[in-house]
Write a protein that binds this ligand. Structure first.
Ligand code: PEP
Length: 263
């Protein structure tokens, strides 16, 4: 059974004070709720707040991810951050291929693939974001986009390395818009993505890979989405910026019926 995985992507939000108090609050609330057996939780602050968040989260079950990384190991790449640097400060996950990086900052599938390769080779875990634009959905290209993002994003990634990859299906039209995919739409896309993983690797491996849904997830829709057979958690933007909202999503994902060990 796949353990659910809920990650908060803070994007370019918060400051040192609000980031610190958010994570302190989450640490306390999660410790009280004892969610460790039911799901994995991570937060992905901006680079500059990562060390402070790592420090506050010492001893917590909450894991820490970065929102991006550069694929080269070191050298003359002004402004960039390497996998080794993230590992050095205590990061475990890295998001790659987020739609804002693809569509606002111009990242290609090739760049996304190089980043994922660097993350895995460097010993961290990757969250590979995939998903279609509104016009692609309207032109019946959703499956073609999912397939392209997976095949090109995972090029050269071995079956062994896949144990450190989470896929995040994030339809771009649902990100930050308040328009969530319906549980059926999410399930269909996730099942399709899992089929592609089975084709690239094999069905056992495909069954073991966690596929998060992302796109306007809130406390009110989290349980319905995560109750879908192939939806293994959530990548959360806006609703991860307030402890209460994020906790509502975590509770939705850890409902007794979803929990692998609570019954
Ligand atoms: C995201 O940025 O990955 C995301 C899903 O954002 P939101 O939850 O705000 O739609």
């Amino acid at each position: 059974m796949r353990k659910k995985f809920i990650a908060g992507n803070w994007k370019m939000n918060l400051d040192s004070r609000t980031a610190g108090s958010l994570v302190q609050d989450l640490k306390e609330k999660i410790a009280q709720g004892n969610f460790a057996c039911c799901l994995d939780v991570a937060v992905c602050p901006s680079f500059v707040y990562l060390p402070a968040v790592v420090e506050i989260l010492q001893g917590s079950q909450i894991k820490i991810g970065a929102q991006d990384v550069y694929f080269e190991g070191n050298g003359a790449y002004t402004g960039e951050i390497s996998v080794a640097m993230l590992k050095d400060i205590g990061c475990q996950y890295v998001i790659v291929g987020h739609s804002e990086r693809r569509h606002v900052l111009g990242e290609t599938d090739e760049i996304v693939n190089k980043k994922l390769n660097a993350v895995l080779t460097g010993g961290l875990e990757g969250i590979l974001c995939i998903g279609e634009l509104l016009e692609e959905r309207e032109n019946n290209q959703t499956e073609a986009v999912i397939e392209r993002h997976l095949r090109q994003g995972l090029a050269g990634i071995t079956a062994e390395q896949m144990s450190r990859v989470t896929i995040a299906y994030e339809p771009v039209w649902a990100i930050g818009t308040g328009k969530t995919a319906s549980p059926d739409q999410a399930q269909q896309a996730h099942a399709f993505a899992r089929g592609i993983l089975a084709d690239i690797y094999d069905s056992n491996l495909a069954d073991s890979v966690r596929i998060q849904y992302g796109g306007s997830v809130k406390a009110g829709n989290a349980a319905d989405l995560m109750n879908q057979k192939d939806v293994d958690g959530a990548l959360v933007g806006g609703a991860s910026l307030k402890a209460e909202d994020f906790m509502g999503i975590i509770q939705g994902g850890s409902g007794k019926s979803n929990c692998c060990c609570c019954g």
